[in-house]
Design a protein. Structure first.
Lengths: 157, 157, 157
């Protein structure tokens, strides 16, 4: 009845990784007031960028969606770390930005970033419904296929 | 004397469209506290992306500005929907991000995004004066020439 | 003991320039509530964009870092102007976005943006530790190599 985020994660068979350390001289999240800013997350899995290369054609959409899904999982891992281990501290996900490494001909960034949007709503429920932008990049750090950042409201709004 | 946003729209001969549905699994805006996040808007007109193709040279600036203007109109339509139909609920426009589909040689993104900045100030008056970033993208969803998102403060600050 | 931002600037031998005027029809910063949005800053020096051209290979990293450092100096100049001349009004730097003009093969945007992250922490101390995204762009206004924007919390949080 009162479905928790943890129960949804379990039902999805999802185990969040430890929050990845930043790739450079910054922090993976900041909290100011009731706003949580999560740094751009790459499709990290087991400590390495798992999906690389820019997307060229429609046949790359599924690969991009898997990259976006991994970025979203890492966003949740960072949010959990920011909130002292308990994702229930999330008020709502306000916005994500989906940066998709793209050939000039590739224009399906919105479908790629659905890989993240779907996962976030699956895990966070109504609190995961978000605004977003999805755009095509010339390239990304570590040749990642996707990078996504996020803004959360924390606590009661 | 007390010029309203609606009166400015009328004076400009501008009629806002219905807020476009999002192109994918997300929402076109979220409100957290007094902050309104509007998702990236494409140059939609009559239900379709009206300006497509990346910008290559100075001769494409006018086309890009028209795309940016359409994005801004759609931002206003979303803001109006978010505010229950009344743009007077806007406290101020805080920031826009202008994503311009660009060939590597094209470096006039700031002039392109003026098409949006000018419209927003024309309609919102002092409340429309905003911070912004204008950048060049490898490509955009639906081969759109421009995508713009926005952050508004709502109500009295 | 009570190290001020001004004393750190002096120790670093850094003198902030006057805040640059925007390149187009917008403002270089907005303040809504306790949030300060700084517009995308280019690597301006002495009134001109000092570092241009997209980054192609590892040998361009140092050039990119210098561009990022100049962007950060201009962000601080804008923040100082926004805060009536006194950077001590900064609560903390919440987030930066680092846009790096990049060839498709260049994937070291995170190292480039360290040029800004390092400077910001050097000047602002603990208050300068930030979230960020670093991404590769097709091109940037005025053929700049880097553009960076920022969100600050001002005053006590």
């Amino acid at each position: 009845m009162s479905e928790t985020i943890a129960s949804r994660l379990a039902a999805l068979g999802l185990e969040l990784p430890d929050a990845a350390a930043p790739a450079a001289n910054y922090v993976p999240f900041t909290i100011v007031g009731t706003t949580l800013y999560v740094s751009g997350q790459l499709p990290m899995q087991n400590g390495a960028v798992a999906v690389t290369g820019r997307l060229e054609s429609e046949s790359d959409i599924a690969k991009g969606q898997e990259a976006a899904r991994l970025c979203a999982i890492n966003i949740l891992a960072q949010a959990r770390a920011a909130l002292g281990g308990d994702l229930e501290g999330i008020g709502r996900l306000a916005k994500i930005q989906g940066f998709v490494s793209s050939a000039p001909e590739f224009d399906k960034q919105h479908l790629v970033i659905n890989g993240a949007s779907d996962l976030l709503v699956d895990v966070l429920g109504e609190r995961g419904v978000h605004a977003r932008a999805a755009v095509g990049m010339a390239s990304l750090p570590f040749n990642a296929s996707v990078e996504i950042d996020a803004i959360f409201a924390i606590g009661g709004e």
